[in-house]
Structures are given as structure tokens and as C-alpha cells.
Design a protein around this ligand. Structure first.
Ligand SMILES: Cc1cc2nc3c(=O)[nH]c(=O)nc-3n(C[C@H](O)[C@H](O)[C@H](O)COP(=O)(O)OP(=O)(O)OC[C@H]3O[C@@H](n4cnc5c(N)ncnc54)[C@H](O)[C@@H]3O)c2cc1C
Length: 437
């Protein structure tokens, strides 16, 4: 079945849903492709606490009433913008609530192929359907960018797993788990595994673990002026990166790439320290040279300050982060990948997030080389969603406004509102037309 729309949003996480809310407000027909909040529901461990502060864990609508704070108030749940331990489950429920209120036109499918067709895109879907769209927005988060060091590549699952694909942890009870990495994912998993009764050992390459400072609530005006609160962290540098991603974009490409890849590196959240220090076996300055699976256990050759040794476990969890490389998304056609002119995997995008492929927008972590580290976090959607929606709606208006995209050979009956097409926005959305915040 072929249907059409103006804009296909690929990915239904915080970015995709926020962009959809803004496009609906601007009257741009579109479809969101993907299971809402799937990465948070399936690939993150239940019991995890959000690393971002609550005020930096919103999805973004073009009007007031849909922030995490609003949701918490409606549900009579406690809320504090700073210093709150925000459980993953609450964030997921909030994201699904946001979607139910503002984003009705979601198709819970996987995109299997995206390629150019005429002056738009042909999107093949896992339900067998095809969507023709004038424009496409890639908002896929970190999925597909898991980084595994060469020494651990090629080892069989489930003996070796990446932290980005873990989900439920119950299977680990009583097992020996070796975690490689020293950042939030490694330390957060170490605490959770330990608390459910696994035998945990963490191998950290660096000589120290950086722990984030306890949050300072109710700061004085002077303190807030000296160290303003940014979505990424406190201080002028994080503040500018958080609130003005366009400033980052004005820097030279080499500098941007370096900052995007290295700043806000591995660290542990303030609420993790007491759950890890003295409770979990953490070995510093340890590098995994080689790994293998023998007789059902993982055997790692490691080198450390005290020389070479062997570490064994039932499972190894690789928590060594993510490396953006859009060429790794198998659904992007070779023609599109070539058109993106990638810089070691990163796409360069315009100030409106449009890539070198006209009509193809890239946002979220994949756009961090252009707009900075804030795009690696949910907070970046605050800037990206209105920006992309404004540009898409301008283009849409230039092309004739409400006229749906009608490429040659597509029966009108299947365009918008046909099977899988745009549905009416929910009542809550229509009522919500109050001035933008
Ligand atoms: C363990 C962990 C903890 C994190 N904690 C925080 C935190 O506390 N705060 C914070 O700000 N950031 C956090 N992040 C970073 C955060 O995940 C990203 O910044 C954020 O997900 C980006 O949102 P998104 O909408 O771009 O992507 P996602 O939320 O990942 O959504 C993308 C969606 O696209 C879907 N998708 C992928 N491929 C396809 C396809 N082919 N077809 C259709 N759909 C597809 C995915 O299933 C997913 O649902 C964390 C990341 C990890 C790994």
C-alpha cells in the first residue's frame, strides 16, 4: 500500500515527537514512523534514573502545558526542576502521555529503506507499506551507533552485550558481570546489577572516575549569575552550549568535531556515587587487550598498572559509548549516504538541520557536530524542534501550502488520510492553541 505525506519523521523519541507537535501546530501534514519512546522502553534498564535534571528532560510543544512539570502536576507526582531523581519509567510515561495528547499520526513501524524518488523520498516500511514524502526528518537517537572497542568486537551475544541494548536486567541475577567503561552507563549499570544480586566488576581505562557534584538547589541570585544553570550543566560554558546551539555552529568544523566528540565525556551522576563506591569492584587504569569466549565464559586479557592479568565472567557489558556514523544506518540508500557528504560519519547540516541531501533533515545526537553536545541530550530538542518545523512549514507554504505531495502514479485515495495517512489531531491538541511559551 502506498500513501503520501508532506514530511516523514523517522523516529518517535523525544525529538521526533517534539518535531511532530510543532509541525501539527503549523498545519504541516506529516507522519511519525516508529514505536513511541521505544529506545527508552526496550533498550534502557528498568530502575535507571535519568542523568539529566528534570527541567532538562522535557519534550517540547509550541505551547505551554506539556512539560514534565505539567505532567507531574496533573498526575499528582512530585517534581523539582533540579536535584530530583527522575526514574526512567516516569520519563517514558510522560513521553507516551505527550504523544497521546499531541501526536496522533504515529505509525509504529520500522523504516527499512529511505531513498530519493522524484523531488521527494520513498520510505519503505516494515509493515509492507510505502510512504512517499516530500521531506524526511531523521530523528533516530543513538540506535545503530553503539561503539565496541576492537578487542571485543565479534564476540557472540549474549556473552558480550553493548550497554545500549540491555533493557531488562533480571537475567543477570547471580551471574558474574564484567562491565567495560567508566561513564554514566557503566556506573549506572554497575549499581543496578549489584543491587539485584549479580557479581559485578568494572574495568575503567582512566585513572579516576569523574563524579558530578551534588546539585545545588535554591541558589542565590549571585551564584546563578556566576554559574548559570544550563541544560547540560552549571556554568557559562555549558550554558552557552545548552541555550545557544547556533553559536556552536558558527565555529570551524574541526573545532566543532572535537568538542562534539570529547566534551561532557564520561562521568557519573551525583546520585550514583554512594551506590558504587565501596559496593562494586572497580579496577582503574585497566585496558582490555583481547577477549574470547571459552566454555561458556568470557575471558579477557587486561593490562593495568600492576601488569597483565586475566578477568573472567559470564557476561561482558561493553559500556564504551556511541560513535555517530550515519553510513551505519542500513536503511539509508547508498545514494543518500553519498549525498550526505559525511565527515567521519557526521553529517554537516544547515542552520535549519537540513543535510546536504535537499529535503532531508537530520537531528538529535547525529547533528551534534553541527550544533554541539546538547544535541546528544533530550534538551537539544528544545532548539531543534521549532527550528526544523519553521523551515519545513516555510517550504511547505512555498510549494502550495495545504496541497498534499502527489508524486506521479499515486492514486489520490491513498494520499493523506488514506490507509496509514494523517489522522485528525486529538481534541486535546486542538484545544491547546494558546500562545507559544
Ligand atoms: C543509557 C542511556 C541513558 C540516557 N540518559 C539520558 C538522560 O538522562 N537525559 C538525556 O537527555 N539523554 C539521555 N540519553 C541520551 C538520549 O538517549 C538521546 O539524547 C535521546 O534519545 C535522543 O532522543 P531521540 O528522539 O533523538 O532518540 P530516541 O529517543 O532514541 O528515539 C529514536 C527512535 O527511533 C526509532 N528508530 C530507530 N531506527 C528506526 C527505524 N529504522 N525506523 C523507525 N524508527 C526507528 C528508535 O526505536 C527510537 O524509538 C541516554 C542515552 C542512553 C543510551
Amino acid at each position: 500500500m502506498i500513501s503520501t505525506t508532506d514530511t516523514a519523521i523517522i523516529g518517535a523519541g523525544p525529538y521526533g515527537l517534539s518535531i511532530s507537535a510543532h509541525l501539527s501546530h503549523r498545519g504541516v501534514p506529516h507522519q511519525v514512523l516508529g514505536e513511541p519512546m521505544l529506545a527508552w522502553r526496550n533498550f534502557m534498564p528498568p530502575g535507571m534514573l535519568m542523568r539529566s535534571e528534570a527541567f532538562a528532560s522535557d519534550l517540547y510543544a509550541p505551547f505551554a502545558g506539556y512539560r514534565l512539570e505539567d505532567y507531574s502536576r496533573r498526575m499528582h507526582l512530585p517534581y523539582a526542576p533540579i536535584g530530583m531523581r527522575l526514574p526512567l519509567e516516569r520519563f517514558v510515561e510522560y513521553g507516551l502521555w505527550f504523544q497521546s495528547q499531541l501526536v496522533s499520526h504515529v505509525r509504529p513501524v520500522e523504516v527499512t529503506e529511505l531513498r530519493r524518488q522524484h523531488d521527494g523520498f520513498r520510505v519503505s516500511l516494515s509493515d509492507g507499506g510505502t510512504l512517499l514524502a516530500r521531506r524526511a526528518v531523521v530523528a533516530l537517537g543513538l540506535k545503530g551507533f553503539e561503539h565496541t572497542p576492537p578487542s571485543l568486537q565479534g564476540l557472540p551475544r549474549p556473552h558480550v552485550l553493548h550497554s545500549g541494548e540491555i533493557g531488562n536486567l533480571m537475567w543477570a541475577r547471580g551471574k558474574r558481570i564484567v562491565i567495560v567503561g567508566g561513564g554514566q552507563s557503566a556506573l549506572g549499570l554497575a549499581a543496578l546489577f549489584n543491587e539485584l544480586g549479580a557479581h559485578v566488576r568494572v574495568l575503567v581505562r582512566d585513572s579516576i572516575i569523574t563524579w558530578n557534584k551534588d546539585p545545588e538547589v535554591d541558589r542565590s541570585l549571585i551564584s546563578r549569575m556566576i554559574r548559570p544553570e544550563g541544560g547540560l550543566a552549571q556554568g557559562w560554558y555549558p550554558y552557552v552550549l545548552s541555550e545557544f546551539p547556533q553559536v556552536f555552529r558558527s565555529l570551524g568544523q574541526r573545532l566543532r568535531k572535537r568538542i562534539a566528540e570529547t566534551s561532557f565525556g564520561p562521568s557519573g551522576a551525583w546520585w550514583l556515587r554512594d551506590r558504587v563506591v565501596g559496593k562494586v569492584d572497580v579496577q582503574m587504569q585497566t585496558t582490555v587487550r583481547q577477549g574470547a569466549v571459552h566454555n561458556g565464559e568470557v575471558v579477557l586479557d587486561v593490562s593495568s598498572g600492576s601488569g597483565q592479568s586475566t578477568v573472567t565472567g559470564d557476561h561482558v557489558v561493553v559500556a564504551t559509548g556511541f560513535r555517530v556514523d550515519l553510513a551505519r544506518h542500513p536503511f539509508l540508500s547508498p545514494e543518500i549516504v553519498a549525498g550526505l557528504s559525511l565527515v567521519t560519519g557526521w553529517p554537516e547540516v544547515s542552520r535549519n538541520f537540513e543535510s546536504h541531501v535537499p529535503g532531508l533533515y537530520v537531528t538529535g545526537p547525529a547533528s551534534a557536530m553541527s550544533f554541539g553536545p546538547v544535541l546528544r541530550f533530550v534538551y537539544g530538542a528544545k532548539y531543534a524542534a521549532p527550528r526544523i518545523a519553521r523551515h519545513v512549514s516555510l517550504r511547505h507554504a512555498e510549494e502550495g501550502g495545504s496541497r498534499p505531495f502527489e508524486p506521479l502514479g499515486v492514486p489520490q485515495a491513498h494520499a493523506e488520510g488514506g490507509p496509514g495517512g494523517l489522522q485528525r489531531p486529538p481534541a486535546a491538541f486542538q484545544e491547546a492553541k494558546v500562545p507559544a511559551e
